[in-house]
Design a binder for this molecule. Structure first.
Ligand code: 1PR
Length: 492
């Protein structure tokens, strides 16, 4: 849609100039940027017709930092093109343009689940019909009265690795330990909703915990209404993902059936093939994007990049990190940084005087009397670094990350709820979206994390894999609690 305009502050190359207006950035004073997630559209007057293709009751997936503003008074000619508008924070921007046979949208219909599929289908079926239709009546621009329909996102996450037989499976750890601890058992359980067969699980102590096949689980979560899916290749630090063809095949197969955004993580870094060929992180990310990923998630490499940034003064990167190269080529909205912090307990008196005094959390309630900070780790929590989560979050925002996926090693797999202190700390530190992860054990935990931290999205793994809580149940609890959420069942 933006290419139809005259120009954009995103770059110096002119647009087609068909719509007489310019594209500019969102301001991030009252909201996080990019605008990343599901939002509603408001059809402008005179735009409703019998074969309506956009639905104000539904949500569509947006991901962008630049937008066309809607200003019928100052730009009446451009406003003639506006077909619908959307509100994000206090800003109202053009979400679709339409004139004669031209239709453009700011959101991604191909990632908007069934609502997007229906829209594409309508456009395709109308393409011949429109040519016989009389042109629509001239539009009378008017000040729109949209509402901010931006929803909180629920993300289902699959940690993927090869099991001891070499098959890629979805696994799940307790505080990052993914191996079975129980003595050998065999259980037959009723199947998760979309699977016709009961499942037989053989659990062998020491074996990698196997919770299912990634592609089948991805399809199940899409149908169940997940707003996004994440696939993390958790042992990719051991070898190059470009040689990891099974993971690329998983992404390709998942992207063929899942029409919501897919984030792929693990091993996004510069590597060298055994024959000595260098493989820059940008090439690794490119392979995942071509396979169907919408965002890549960078873990360990982001920690090293921020360490280098800080050693160089901290104001700006040298342009060589994976975050910078990928954001430059694909846009910052395609770059997620996955953080694996762990609590480090300290004596409060000494900590409150120390160099990280502003980051010290003083426990309350059950944790009264305790004090701690959050230390970053690499290689799936195996190695702690001299970098705090606040320092990392600040650094990756400077380098150009578009989102932070905030795990917690202490809470992972425990079902004790999200670490709200951690989430609040990071939410306050950056202006990019933050995804709270680790520890969800029931629907109330999702309500709590949104109500108490203002975070944009929440991610869970174990409770969804084990079928303890459905994604639809989470959405209903959010809506009941007055939190805006997307119901997949709204699309008939
Ligand atoms: O360092 O760029 O190669 O990326 C490796 C990626 O793999 C990182 O995103 C890192 O978080 C992830 N990872 C590495 N080891 C593990 C492990 O579990 N042993 N998984 C791991 C991280 C955390 C979440 C999990 C939530 C929710 N898993 O992905 O899904 O904690 O779980 P819950 O709802 O069951 O509590 P790189």
């Amino acid at each position: 849609m933006q290419i139809l305009f005259q120009s954009s502050s995103e770059g110096s190359v002119p647009g087609l100039g068909i719509i007489p207006s310019k594209i500019d950035t969102f301001t991030n004073k009252d909201k996080t940027v990019p605008h990343m997630g599901w939002n509603s559209v408001h059809l402008l007057d005179g735009q409703h017709d019998d074969d309506e293709d956009l639905d104000e009751a539904l949500h569509y997936y947006f991901v962008h930092s630049y937008r066309a503003s809607y200003d019928p008074e100052c730009e009446p000619d451009a406003a003639q093109w506006a077909h619908s508008v959307t509100q994000y924070g206090r800003e109202v921007f053009v979400s679709t343009v339409r004139k004669d046979h031209v239709f453009g949208c700011q959101f991604h219909p191909e990632k908007s689940g069934k609502a997007g599929m229906r829209l594409l289908d309508t456009w395709l079926r109308q393409s011949t019909a429109t040519s016989q239709r009389p042109p629509p009546a001239p539009r009378v621009p008017f000040p729109p009265k949209p509402r901010d329909g931006f929803t909180k996102r629920i993300i289902a996450c699959m940690d993927v690795r090869a099991n001891d037989q070499g098959d890629l499976v979805v696994t799940k750890g307790d505080q990052y330990d993914v191996r079975e601890k129980q003595p050998p058992t065999t259980t037959t359980s009723s199947a998760p909703t979309s699977s016709p067969q009961p499942t037989t699980t053989v659990r062998v102590a020491g074996a990698v915990r196997n919770l299912g096949k990634p592609v089948a689980l991805a399809a199940r979560y899409y149908t169940a209404g997940a707003d996004e899916l994440a696939l993390l290749n958790i042992t990719s630090f051991r070898h190059s993902p470009l040689r990891d063809q099974p993971m690329l095949a998983v992404v390709r197969a998942a992207a063929a059936t899942v029409f919501v955004p897919l984030t792929i993580g693990g091993g996004i870094r510069d590597t060298v093939d055994p024959d000595g060929t260098p493989r820059p992180a940008l090439e690794v990310a490119g392979a995942y994007f071509r396979a169907g990923a919408d965002k890549v998630s960078i873990g360990s490499e982001a920690v090293y990049a921020v360490e280098r940034l800080r050693a160089g003064g901290g104001a700006r990167g040298d342009g060589s990190s994976a975050i910078e190269t990928i954001a430059r080529a694909y846009g910052r909205q395609a770059v997620v940084v996955s953080v694996d912090p762990r609590r480090v307990y300290v004596k409060d008196a000494e900590a409150l005087d120390g160099p990280r005094k502003d980051e010290i959390v003083l426990g309350s309630g059950e944790e009264a009397g305790k004090a701690w900070w959050y230390q970053c780790t690499v290689s799936g929590g195996r190695e702690a670094r001299d970098l705090s989560v606040v320092e990392l979050a600040r650094g990756v925002e400077i380098l150009g990350a578009g989102e932070i996926l905030l795990n917690s090693i202490d809470r992972d797999g425990t079902g004790r709820g999200f670490d709200l202190d951690l989430v609040n700390l990071v939410r306050r530190t950056v202006n990019i979206p933050v995804v709270a992860s680790s520890g969800a054990g029931n629907v109330q935990h999702f309500v709590d994390v949104f109500e108490k931290t203002g975070v944009e999205a929440a991610l869970a793994a174990g409770i969804f894999h084990r079928g303890e809580v459905g994604i639809d149940e989470v959405k209903e609890a959010l809506i009941k609690g007055g939190i805006n959420a997307r119901r997949a069942t709204d699309v008939k």
